[in-house]
Design a binder for this molecule. Structure first.
Ligand code: SF4
Ligand code: SF4
Length: 407
């Protein structure tokens, strides 16, 4: 395989995605991306040296997490995580399959010398090559966590999550629970959690909250998410289960929308974070950080809640991305694809590359899909009539395939 290093701009301008991506929208506005989006957001003077200003209890764990916390999916430079610690971030979410384990290694280097009880480290039950199957033997699960401990250079992981959980079968897999209990008895892990952004999100989370087994849940949650989630969060809080939000930027198109003013582009992440943190049942949110400037920009939102102008901005954003953003937890199109193409996963990987700047990771994840977008070439696209948001799935998947396929 030949690796292709693509910048976000290169991805946007490939396959005719840039300024030519213009779709009529039912609301009288259009989805169009800037032809030359900035590689980084223009630093605002008020963002400089921003620090965490809000800490909230993570369920009954006894830990108060930073309301804006650090997602390590794109972390390669330990100094970035170290600066976040210096600014008050105390919760770090990583996984063995983030950048083929280099995220765990970078985090391990960043936390060296930091008093261990001052930070909360979360990793996942998986390997650098991907998720463990639900029937993986207990020994394999234990070894996977011990490998994470070695990469993180720590004697314990605070919480280990069932990663991107898509079924109650995976959630309650006996070998995973037995492995967790043994690791906990050995002092190598402290809390059990689950993460999901799949179509089964609500079923999985409801089951987790009722099972009595889980200390925390981590869910895709944003301005566009479903009302049922708020009920699950309220119940979780009642039962002492921590609630961590992810995928909070609703596709993260904010810095590229040509219908946004420069001020709107700069204000969007903070508005999205404030909306999430306005829910008192949310313990905190995790956002992917890989650059120093993101620390200033994102932490500026800490401790805040949504203003009416931010609410209007979020409504404008959701109108603009209505026909472009594949909703986590939807999945309505999946059973209509005769090739069983994991449409939602492929579109999410395109989002990672195009909007989060994580091209390499997205290409690696795309390469692992059993069926890819080239299958769409001669297909009449029965999936599209099943999408409640009228996303042009076929075109998007063909774009994704051109952008993420290893040459
Ligand atoms: S266009 Fe692609 S995703 Fe849609 S049904 Fe055909 S093969 Fe499946
Ligand atoms: S493409 Fe449409 S129908 Fe399919 S998962 Fe995404 S939002 Fe749902």
């Amino acid at each position: 395989m030949v690796d292709r290093k693509l910048s976000r701009r290169a991805l946007l301008t490939s396959a005719g995605v840039a300024a030519s991506t213009t779709l009529a929208c039912n609301y009288g506005t259009q989805f169009a991306l800037l032809a030359n989006p900035p590689e980084t957001e223009t630093m605002q003077p008020q963002w400089a040296d921003a620090r965490v200003r809000g800490y909230r209890p993570l369920g009954a764990t006894g830990f108060r997490m930073s309301d804006i916390s650090f997602g390590c999916a794109g972390l390669s430079d330990p100094a970035v995580a170290r600066r976040a610690i210096d600014r008050g971030v105390n919760y770090f979410d990583t996984a063995p399959d983030y950048s083929h384990a280099s995220s765990e290694r970078a985090l391990g280097e960043a936390i060296r010398g930091v008093p261990r009880d001052q930070i909360f480290i979360v990793s996942k039950f998986c390997t650098p090559d991907g998720h463990l199957s639900h029937d993986a033997p207990t020994k394999t699960v234990i070894e996977a966590v011990e490998d994470s401990l070695r990469r993180l250079s720590t004697d314990h992981i605070d919480a280990v999550l069932v990663h991107a959980c898509n079924s109650t079968e995976r959630l309650m897999a006996p070998s995973v629970h037995e492995a967790f209990d043994r690791l906990k008895d050995a002092g190598k892990v402290r809390f059990l959690g689950v993460s999901s952004h799949t179509p089964q999100l609500e079923t999985v989370m409801r089951h987790a909250v009722h099972s009595g087994r889980f200390d925390m849940i981590m869910c895709a949650y944003n301005f566009e998410s479903w009302p049922a989630q708020a009920d699950i969060f309220a119940l979780a809080r009642e039962r002492g289960i921590g609630v961590v939000a992810m995928k909070t930027l609703i596709g993260a198109y904010g810095s590229q929308l040509s219908d946004f003013t420069p001020t709107e582009r700069q204000s969007f992440p903070q508005a999205a974070f404030h909306w999430v943190l306005s829910n008192p049942n949310v313990s905190g949110l995790v956002i992917s950080i890989s650059r120093f400037d993101q620390i200033d920009e994102y932490l500026y939102a800490s401790g805040g809640t949504t203003s009416s102008s931010e609410h209007a901005l979020l409504e404008k954003y959701t109108r603009l991305i209505h026909h472009e953003y594949c909703r986590p937890g939807c999945g309505s199109c999946l059973e209509h694809c005769p090739r069983d193409l994991p449409i939602d996963d492929a579109l999410r990987y395109q989002m990672y590359a195009r909007n989060y700047g994580r091209e390499r990771q997205a290409m690696q994840q795309y390469a692992r899909l059993p069926v890819q977008g080239d299958e769409c070439t001669h297909c009449p696209a029965p999936c599209e009539s099943a999408c409640p948001f009228e996303i042009p799935i076929r075109r998007r998947l063909l774009d994704t395939d051109r952008q993420l396929r290893f040459a």
